[in-house]
Structure formats: C-alpha cells, structure tokens
Design a binder for this molecule. Structure first.
Ligand code: SAM
Length: 366
C-alpha cells in the first residue's frame, strides 16, 4: 500500500473559532473600560496615547495590562499604533466610540443575547428550546437591544419608505401596523415621510414605552396607536392596513408561530396593502440532487460561507428562543399558505434583507 503524502489539514479554522471567543471579550473589555472613548476624547487624538497615558485614562492597573489589550486590538484592526502610541482606526472611530452616530458599542454587548444562552446551546439543540431563564433573560434584554439597533433600523425604514413610494405602495395618509415595533425606529422613520399617516404599534409592555417616547420626541405621538401585548393574539383597532411591518421578529419565533404571524400580517394588509418583512435569512434548503443525480456539495458550501453572518444570527436566535431563523423558502411557503406571494426582495443597506409580500386576492375595484 502506498503511503499518502497529502499534507494534513491545518488547525487554523479551529483556532479561528477559539480566537473568536477571546476577540469578543477583548472588545467587550475595551468598551467596558471606555478605551475607545478615551482615545476619541484625547485632545491630541491625531498622535494618540501611549500605554501609560491610556492606563491613566481608563483606570487600568498599569501600562502592561493596557499594552496586551491594545496590541490585541491592533491585531484585530480596531486600533492603530505608531511607535509607542495607540490611535483609533477609522472603523473604531465610526462604530466603537459610544457617542458616534453609527456607534455599535451597545450592540456589541447585546447582539449575542443573554450570555447564559451560550453554555446551554448543546442542551437547547437536544431539547429544542432554551431554559426558561434564558428566554426570560432575552425578554429583559429587549429594551436595551432595540435601543442599540434603533439607529440602523431608522436608516433601513427610510430607504424602504422611498422604495414603497417608487412602487406606488406608499399613500399620502398610510395606515401602518408595526408588529414588534421595538425602539420605534421604523414607525418614526416612516411617519417622518408621511406625517399625516397613522401607525398601530405593537410590542411587549416593557418595550412599548420606548417606541412611544421616540414618537413623542419627534412630535408624532398623536399619529401612533400603541398596543401592548402579544403581536400574534392582541386585538388591533384596524381593518385594513396599507403597510404591515415585520422587522426582525420572524426569526425569533418557532416556525409555526412565525407562519401564523405572517398570516396575520397578510390578513391585516388585505388585498391592497403590502407586508414588509426584514430579516437575516439563512440559506434556502439545499436541493440534494441535481438532474444528473450528482450531489454537488460546493454549492451548499458557497451558500453557507456567503451567509455566515445570517447563519450566526440564526444560531443566536436558536440559543435564546425556540426560533430557527428564517429562509426565503420559508417566507414563500408561509406567504403562499396565507394566500399571498413574495413579490420582491431587495437589500437597502448591506445585510438588511427586505421582502415584500402581497395578497393574491385582487383588489376590489369600485
Ligand atoms: C429584534 S426586535 C425588532 C424591533 C423592531 N421591529 C426593529 O426592527 O427595530 C424584536 C421586537 O419584537 C418584540 N417582541 C418579541 N416577542 C413579541 C411578542 N410575542 N409580542 C409582541 N412583541 C414581541 C420585542 O420586544 C422586540 O421589540
């Protein structure tokens, strides 16, 4: 038998995963210490701070600890260094300084959901649902999570309003239903383009006041009917809506509830309205075999690699809810079951996938 001379696979992918964990905590510690803010506030930020100055600014034990952390952040592309000084990179300046308009500083903390969800992931996969304490932890986290995602969602909503207008789906006085309205970013952005419109905003009682406050802050509170309760069961004071928003809610629901929620949205939109679904769809199920009977794994690999971000967000949902994320195939199937169809998809901002679903029932003509 001939000896194989193939080079054994290297461990880099495994190290990448282990280092993903440590990188996350390096960034979290830097944010907890106010390291990026300290560098942004430094009057001489063009030249940066050395480790001793940085240690004083963030209350570290000494320059040694700061050097290990800051050099790690340099390796991660989040700081730059020249001689003995550290400075913000453009990425850090834009996304990690807490006061920056596009700051993701809070999102770093809340995006992974309740930390307790992760050590229990294997059990969640065995049993199909996380521990009740984890689900309760997510409910408690929602106020902070929606505040953290609000700025991005305001941008997505503004872009979607422009798209709806372009397609003739955005009347002058629209009635909108926003199911799981979170921070109110969607309803305020939509109402800003149609101040004479009305939004029925639905969320849990511990989150709804955030959306109400957002509407008050922009002088549009009177246009909002706030309804606290389960978006699937609560009675809503609306017969037919022009637009029903399901932004980042379906992926957190078990498949059957997600299907019912989409069916409710379709019913609320009626024959003339449109359902706007925004989510991070994971790849559609693979077609196992091609016409020639050959299984071509590379297609699947490419799809998974391209959807790495969406898959990791779906896993985040699985870890803290009974939701499996959604696929576009799910949306098509659920829409069809509700007598509707997915009529268009677009990506107004990177990774923000928007799907328009409309009833198949023809609009009554008078
Ligand atoms: C990821 S946030 C999305 C918020 C908002 N749609 C956005 O895109 O910015 C999910 C929202 O759904 C709400 N939610 C979760 N389960 C709900 C339920 N059963 N009934 C009503 N709201 C719910 C949460 O409180 C949270 O505000």
């Amino acid at each position: 038998m001939s000896k194989t001379t193939a080079t054994p696979a290297g461990p880099a992918p495994v190290w990448d995963v282990i280092n993903g964990f440590t990188s996350y905590w390096a960034l979290s510690a830097a944010l907890d210490l106010g390291l990026f803010d300290a560098l942004a506030e430094d009057a001489d930020s063009a030249t940066g701070l050395d480790a001793a100055q940085l240690a004083t600014a963030i209350g570290a034990a000494g320059p040694g600890q700061v050097t290990v952390l800051a050099e790690t952040l340099v390796a991660l592309g989040l700081l730059s260094a020249a001689e003995d000084r550290f400075r913000l990179t453009p990425t850090a300046e834009r996304y990690l300084v807490s006061t920056a308009p596009a700051s993701m500083a809070a999102l770093v903390r809340y995006s992974p959901g309740p930390p307790a969800a992760w050590p229990g992931l294997a059990d969640t996969i065995r049993t199909g649902a996380p521990e009740p304490a984890v689900t309760a932890g997510l409910a408690e986290l929602y106020p902070a999570l929606v505040r953290a995602t609000g700025p991005t969602q305001a941008g997505v909503a503004t872009a979607v309003a422009a798209e709806l207008e372009r397609r003739g789906l955005w009347p002058e006085q629209p009635t909108v239903v926003d199911l799981g309205c979170g921070s109110g970013a969607w309803l305020t952005a939509l109402l800003r383009t149609r101040p004479a419109g009305t939004v029925i905003a639905v969320d849990r009682p511990n989150v709804l006041p955030i959306a109400e406050r957002a509407a008050t802050d922009v002088g549009l509170r009177e246009q909002v009917i706030a309804v606290a309760g389960d978006y699937l069961g609560t009675a809503l004071p609306v017969a037919a809506a022009d637009v029903v928003v399901l932004a980042h809610v379906l992926r957190a629901e078990p498949a059957e509830r997600a299907r019912q929620l989409l069916a409710r949205a379709v019913e609320l939109a009626g024959a003339g309205g449109v359902v706007v679904v925004v989510d991070y769809p994971r790849p559609d199920p693979a077609r196992a075999r091609h016409d020639d009977g050959d299984v071509r794994g590379e297609d699947r690999v490419a799809a998974c690699v391209a959807a790495r971000h969406e898959l990791l967000l779906s896993l985040t949902m699985l870890a803290s809810t009974a939701g499996l994320g959604v696929t576009v195939a799910d949306l098509r199937a659920w829409a069809e079951a509700a007598g509707a169809e997915l009529v268009d998809s677009f990506e107004p901002l990177p990774r923000q996938h928007v799907h328009l679903i409309r009833s198949r029932t023809p609009e009554a003509t008078s």
